[in-house]
Design a protein around this ligand. Sequence first.
Ligand SMILES: NC(=O)c1ccc[n+]([C@@H]2O[C@H](COP(=O)([O-])OP(=O)(O)OC[C@H]3O[C@@H](n4cnc5c(N)ncnc54)[C@H](O)[C@@H]3O)[C@@H](O)[C@H]2O)c1
Length: 335
Amino acid sequence: MPLTPESMVADWLDHPAGGPLLRGMLAEHDQDAAALNPVRRFPMTRLVELSDGRLSLAELERLAAEANAAGVEAPEPAPPLPEWQERITPGRFTGRTAVVTGAGSGIGRATASRVAREGGRVIAADVVEQRLDELVTALAGHEVVPVRADITSERDVAALVRAADGRVDALANVAGITDSAAPLHEVDDATWQRIFDVNVHGMFRLSRAVLPLMLDARRGSIVNVASEAALRGSTSGTAYTASKHAVVGITRSAAFMYATSGIRVNAVAPGGVATGIEGAMTSEFGRERIRPTLAALPEVAEPEHLAASISFLLSDDAVNINGVVLPSDGGWSVH
Ligand SMILES: NC(=O)c1ccc[n+]([C@@H]2O[C@H](COP(=O)([O-])OP(=O)(O)OC[C@H]3O[C@@H](n4cnc5c(N)ncnc54)[C@H](O)[C@@H]3O)[C@@H](O)[C@H]2O)c1
């Protein structure tokens, strides 16, 4: 089979002519093939989408033409593992109102979509209005209330809670940004402040605003999105790692405090997820240190995989679960 831009990364790597060409291109960018292990089952075109302009379709087509011109026979690919299918639980959120932040993209969008398709009324918050418009269009026929809100703004947080009309059964604090993988000595004040504003202060303020409603109703479920960086020090920069450890601290304290008030508070710690998350690993020092941990990353997950974990914890199915930090990372954390 000839290689095309749509061929899987694994097929490219295992191809006798395409493999060396791809490795050569990676070496030019100071990368090795291990960096592609987590995305072996992705079509190469997906890497164009995720590369932030570093890999173009034209470059990929040129590489494919060069590999195919070599005229060598590619090995028979191994049969693929069965694909995971998202299975909706009809009515799991019927009659419930869920606030989801970061609902315009990635994990937040997949979570908002899952809850809405399972019957919930979703207050979908994001700082980028156009993303919310797209979400509403995609979920036509479901109950989605878009609210353009920056969770770092106290005023926007208040408006978000008002949009819920006095009732919040579930809150998913998903919105977040990453850092540049910078080690402590490279972190400037503005970066530290911005990472904490979005990842910590935002979810803290929104939770503080929502909790009185849950306390009055004597029921509620909060899920905070942490990260692998909340479990160890070797996956991200110091600012992001510290912010996600803070998310775990808030989760545990709140889980303890409200355990007798009918409110559960849990966290999900994603590993690698294919989203357009803001932030690139521009710190050379950090990149070099983190590289071995990233090389052990299992396959990168889809946002829907994370939505499955988050919606479970948000739902009554997680009735007896409070205060956990659930790694949803394909087992990365047991390495
Ligand atoms: N993608 C990953 O590999 C990964 C891994 C571990 C943890 N996470 C965490 O998952 C969460 C979601 O990330 P994602 O990968 O889906 O990213 P994403 O960029 O695809 O989505 C995040 C959304 O949050 C919104 N947002 C950012 N700042 C905001 C603000 N101040 N107010 C309101 N909305 C804001 C963005 O506009 C965006 O639509 C984050 O907390 C992130 O730290 C992601």
